[in-house]
Design a protein around this ligand. Structure first.
Ligand code: C5P
Length: 412
């Protein structure tokens, strides 16, 4: 691919919208380029696009069934435009006809492509392709200006011979140039390239006997979302994870699975000395049984160990590592509070030697353990004002956190 920013498409989810123009044949090459670069591609075709290139070609190249209609003609299955829009890391419309550009600019959601466009939160790329007079028409120019103002990246059409045999501006840009534009966009977001990031996630389990433990309801979703977002930004991530249901992680994330707080501390300590950023998102059990029984205690036998369990304090991982931090490291903690969230957060920020603390209150609906959403504030040790955010998906919260913590220079 003709770009210096290689490797930034790997693992990305790309929706490729194809509309009914002769340049649709070039979209086959575009799918190939994306797939070769390691991206997953979901093709959506407008009904007219199928007149120009076969969905079979596109599904073969992308390895996924092509979507055209809201419902599958064969199975009646409903294709969720919302899910597709949210799945996308980039949404590319190539070729984009004057008609689709007009529909996108005006929200005319009468097909799967435009409906998905309206649902997506991903960056949208539009590669126009049409005859020169259509391209120059004031309505097309107006609609493209609207799309630019809406945040779309327009990949300008090139000049040359057109399908009408006229010559002028209106040729869809070459697939290599379109793929390079998308890759440059991802490269520019790689603000954590070369940084090593340590993240703790999930609960810890503290064994009572071979079948019982003390734990908590942490799902690990927030920590995993942070790890994936940091990897997306180019960081090399070590994710020290307590026992959680497995989540998908991106290639830049090394997962170290542990069970107890002490195991988590050992694994975190190993990654910490090298880390530029450490984010303590785990819900570490505060106490563990002083003694772990080597066989299952029977409930009918009081005195075997279940009727009274003596607990001892677990190490505080954040505070332990905060006490031996080196200059230039950024340390971020979490505080999940049921009352006096701000005051408790401020106290933990200082006590644990952190630079910032992410505060979520269990009193906020949709925030905290197990949910797919979170509502946070970020408080800083250097006295800058606390930031408050609305209720968002944990993936979006992860992006907010990484956007708003100081990213140190790589230490090596
Ligand atoms: O449990 P607490 O509210 O004190 O947790 C605040 C922060 O400290 C969190 O970032 C959590 O991951 C971290 N922590 C830890 N080890 C503990 C307890 C908490 O790293 N034993």
């Amino acid at each position: 691919m003709s770009t210096a920013a290689t490797g930034h498409l790997a693992g990305r989810h790309i929706v490729l919208g194809i509309t009914g123009g002769i340049a649709a044949y070039k979209s086959a090459m575009l799918v190939r380029l994306f797939v070769k670069a390691g991206a997953e591609v979901q093709v959506i075709m407008t009904p007219n696009a199928r007149e120009f290139i076969s969905p079979v070609t596109m599904s073969t190249l992308s390895g996924k069934p092509v979507i055209t209609e809201f419902f599958s003609a064969n199975t009646g299955e409903w294709h969720s435009h919302v899910d597709l829009g949210l799945w996308a890391d980039a949404f590319v419309v190539a070729p984009a006809t004057a008609c689709t550009i007009a529909k996108m600019a005006n929200g005319v959601a009468d097909n799967m492509l435009v409906t998905s466009y309206l649902s997506t939160r991903a960056r949208v790329f539009v590669a126009p392709a049409m005859d020169l007079d259509m391209m120059a028409h004031p309505s097309t120019c107006r609609n493209l200006d609207t799309l630019r103002a809406d945040g779309c990246i327009i990949i300008e059409a090139a000049s040359g011979e057109l399908a009408s045999h006229l010559s002028g501006k209106g040729r869809m840009e070459e697939p290599e140039a379109i793929a390079a534009a998308v890759e440059r966009y991802f490269a520019a977001r790689c603000t954590m390239s070369g940084r090593k990031v340590l993240i703790t996630a999930g609960p810890t389990y503290e064994r009572i006997d071979p079948v019982r433990f003390i734990g908590n309801f942490s799902s690990g979703k927030m920590g995993y979302a942070l790890a994936n977002e940091a990897a997306r930004r180019g960081a090399e991530v070590t994710l020290v994870s307590g026992p959680v249901h497995p989540f998908d992680t991106l290639p830049g994330v090394k997962v170290v699975r542990v069970e107890s707080a002490r195991e988590m501390l050992d694994a975190a300590r190993r990654a910490f000395s090298d880390a530029d950023v450490a984010i303590f998102a785990a819900a570490v059990a505060d106490y563990r049984p002083e003694r772990v029984l080597d066989r299952k205690a029977k409930r009918e036998h009081p005195g075997e160990g279940l009727d009274s369990i003596k607990l001892v304090k677990n190490p505080d991982i954040a505070a332990t590592l905060g006490a031996c931090r080196r200059p230039g490291q950024t340390l971020v903690g979490f505080a999940l509070e049921t009352s006096d969230a701000m005051q408790n957060g401020a106290e933990k920020l200082v006590r644990k030697g952190l630079d910032a603390i992410v505060i979520n209150s269990l009193q906020d609906q949709g925030a905290g353990f197990g949910t797919d959403t979170n509502k946070i504030s970020i408080m800083y040790a250097d006295g800058r004002p606390t930031l408050e955010f609305g209720l968002k998906s944990k993936a979006d919260v992860a992006a907010d956190i990484l956007d708003n913590i100081p990213t140190p220079l790589p230490s090596r």
